[in-house]
Unconditional design. Sequence first.
Length: 104
Amino acid sequence: MVLDEPILIKVDVTNTGNRAGQEVVQLYIRDLVGSVTRPVKELKGFKKIFLNPGETKTVTFNLSQDNLKFYNRQMNFVVEPGEFKVWVGPNSAEGLESGFEIVE
């Protein structure tokens, strides 16, 4: 994938309980191989949603080129091609996992 436009990341969240509630849906990414050491998971977005019992909502994140940039060894703000993992869930330890690849 060439990053000309944002990557849309969508996840359905369902309230399986008996009471109305709220959830903070968090988006994390990881650059699997970078020219510099990068964090294992970087928070790139979050949304707070309210759900009634049994209700399902689709949460959408737009992951842009700017969300993937970092400072390389030459102190240039760049996006490097390569594989990325993405997680969406209630925290950094649990949730759904997927991935994508950026090519030149």
